[in-house]
Design a protein around this ligand. Sequence first.
Ligand code: KIV
Ligand code: ZN
Length: 527
Amino acid sequence: MDKNRVYIFDTTLRDGEQVPGCQLNTVEKIQVAKQLELLGVDIIEAGFPVSSPGDFKSVVEIGKATSTPVICALTRAVEKDIDVAADALKALPMNRRRIHTGIGTSDSHIKYKFNSTREEIIERAVRAVKHARKYVEDVEFYAEDAGRTDNEYLARVVEAVINAGATVVNIPDTNGYCLPAEYGEKIKYLFDNVPNIQNAIISTHCHNDLGMATANTMSGVLNGARQVEVTINGIGERAGNTALEEVVMIMKCHHNLGLHTNIDSHKIYPTSRMVRTLMNMPVQPNKAIVGRNAFAHSSGIHQDGVLKNKGTYEIMDPQDIGIDKNAIVLTARSGRAALKYRLSVLGIKMEGEELDALYAKFLDLADKKKEIHDDDLLLLASGHNTKQQYIKIKNFQVTSGKDLKAAAVLQIQTAGNMDWDVKAETGNGPVDAAIKALKKFFDKYNMELKEFTLQSINKGSDDTCKVHVQVEVKHKDEQQGMLCYGFASNTDIVLASVEAYIDAVNKYFAIKSKDDTNDADATEKEI
Ligand code: KIV
Ligand code: ZN
């Protein structure tokens, strides 16, 4: 076994996808999974099969759509979960199946979550691993909240699950609490005190609540862990998980560490872009490695240094992560073939009528915007603005200006209503006026805008703008509101804002109508 090889376990489609508003459908998950395969990840955590029929299906379909990575299914230390996970994996060859089972091991989990004892938790952990081993040869055990678990007890848990047949043991810092030195010492403690530790791979799984996920992961690796659990762009619940691109590039830049992975770093940026687009999750401009400004030198001194010698201020070459500064830019004069080719470079295969429909949208956008960049294409291809619509806009006008009260007139159609209704309102700006006008159509509902983010894709005043919103929607008869996430992109920022708001409200109605017809669909996802 190569002692310096670090295995990349990607959990974008499980822990990453748990973020409210980031849910993907199975087709989108397959697209991401195929890209992860191209990127070179070793293990794809594809879902939590018992949590919903959708998750079950995604695990099955991701397995079918990929051919090399190990496909991992998450479970609690519960026999039924493990049976369902095994069922979701059963069509794969044995060397591509992994069950990831586990239980909380910190005193607070043992006492408050399980009302149990340390001894009983070890018994449950061992039972779960043995049960999973009946189905697969590769069983990973997670000791949830290991970051706050007493090291001596954790060592007993790890020894017991390895004896029971665990091939990988995951030491999650579930709450992102540990300091890097503390997490590294925890891993070292396990290597020093677990007699059978050489029979398993030790894995890191660090959350970013205090901004230390990457540092903790690296500290774990430097102390012997050889699998890292990561997500693209560091997405994940709360402050997210460890970012794949950061850990991979740290190992690449610090080659003196002698550590290596199977990742093709040139695929990092295209993968990041695909995930941010499909998941509606913007990446902060100053995000390490994949943020828009990660390689943008603005100070004169830096620019001068970089021009004289790139290495002066750049520790890595943007091309190493697949940033293609010479990427072809399409225009209104580009033909269908050019569009098809550029889409294929972005990992999207499109033909026939589907391509024709996208080409029409492309020409429409190219009329408004001279240059069409890859991010524009990904947005067009993702079909964000064409999802199921309960509310449709027919006409929309705003007036605004200095010393002028902003006003909006909106004409929309709501589901089940054949008429196009018109409402008008004023506000302290065009977005405020438009949203107030929209709310007037829904007098039985309270709607509150909780978050509003505007981001341009590239540059130029003609650029496409992306808007992300969170709207709390509550019917007057309901006790509790529902937080809905909305997204839209448009060259007109006010229209994009209204469309994003409508997207959120559409989701509320979609969920409500599903609840009415099929209550059983609302499955608990909590671990
Ligand atoms: O953060 C965590 O502890 C997890 C486990 C389920 C692996 O995601
Ligand atoms: Zn996690």
